[in-house]
Ligand binder design. Sequence first.
Ligand code: ADP
Ligand code: ZN
Length: 517
Amino acid sequence: MTPNQALQKYFGYSNFRHQQEEIIAHILNGKDVLTLMPTGGGKSLCYQLPAVLLDGLTIVISPLIALMKDQVDSLNINGISAAFFNSSQTPDEHQQLFEKLKNNQIKLLYLAPERLFSADSKLIDFLQSLPVVQIAIDEAHCISHWGHDFRPEYLMLAGLKKYFPSVPVIALTATADKLTQKDILEKLDLKDPAVFVSSFNRENISYTVVPKRNSFNQLLAFLDKRKDQSGIIYCLSRKSTEALASNLQAEGFSAEAYHAGLDNATKARNQEAFLRDEVKIMVATIAFGMGINKSNVRYVVHIDLPKNIEGYYQETGRAGRDGLPSEAMLYYSPGDAQKLKEFARVENNPEQSRIMLKKLDDMVRYSELQTCRRQFLLRYFAEDAPDNCGACDVCLTEVERFDGTLIAQKALSAVSRLKERFGAGYVIEFLRGSKSEKIREEHKALKTYGIGADINKPDWQRYLRELVATGYLQSSDGEYPVLQLTNKSEGVLKGLEKVYLIASQTIEERDDVIVLP
Ligand code: ADP
Ligand code: ZN
């Protein structure tokens, strides 16, 4: 049977999607593969179809026991013999399963990573005695500290290749930036792997960021216009999900909370009600969403700043699975970023702290962007995109600009005089000619000291951010970022290039959401 025939016969589809066909061909040729495909893109088929065609057992590692059962049920309905192994099964059930495996009656075996190596089951030894032809590792980013959903039990998979050196491994994920991808390949020890990255663009989702002021009132105004729609509101803390859900209820909205600290019955009840549209709004921590397949989520709101782009993009991706216009709304405040910065520091692990801070920095950059947000997101995942998407707040807002060359020159020369060794706060104090003791005496003697006294502090903050966003300045990585010049700075300093800055009131007014046409 060819892959095309199997696609038709077992799955009832006539065409492959994205790069499914090539991915499957690689597996059939015995190659290791890393697959990045957005949620709903069709990852499962990439290993399920080879499992059908290959003569032997496919082991599927998946972190979520609840999902395994669904997958196994639907495979069995399609006439593909699949089973899962987990700790809820009795020893008798395990025995029966082992018999079937020995008799080659099972094509796909699903299990959680911790089961594979648990000492009591000796499962790994048993599996080695079987004709294993493929190993699929779902949610592969869970193996990386650098991803946003690290699971320690996934680290056990690092030794897997040693047990099955010649079996092709396919790692799958919907969320991994360059660094996480590299980490996955290394940890799993994939041999000469082929990496497939499908387009991550979600054309039907519009992206909007607005400054967070009184977030509850802002949210009410947003929700008022979307009363009959289904949506998810992500909060940072468990406590705030419950408080917000009950405040929304008090305002007459249909909302429930979801977080990992709720008891299982409540979680299941709230989730069910949301899936069945009995509850319109789910107020949740990021614990909510993985594996949830609700097609008509019309908006995803982040009321607090997410920790990184990967998480943000995955969460916003839960909107609009049905392909209809949907919205991603983020309420941004620099204060949130400051709070997250404190959490990002990992005890005794400077390397990881550095990476977490860098990722947070990217999240802040995204929030303060003056250029197309979709382009930024896609480039973040190493995909190119045009300058104007026509469906993010930046692209949809006409901004009024003015000739800010002089302002830019003042800022750049201050940075230069301060030898590129100070952060934005200090540069602004310096520009404004602050009498504070914090400003060094030798700096107070410089000609540039106080040249920007006519501009207030919030405006300077905005201008500096904009100069960074447009590449006339750069902000160094790390805990105490300093402002530095770039290769674009010189032209401005020499008066060869004009700089147009955004008039401040346009930003103030940019407070409502723009709905896709
Ligand atoms: P992912 O794991 O990437 O989130 P799934 O594997 O669950 O996505 O696939 C999402 C949906 O797309 C499923 O309903 C699946 O049956 C369907 N699908 C997968 N491949 C194809 C295809 N080639 N043609 C049509 N539908 C497909
Ligand atoms: Zn855009």
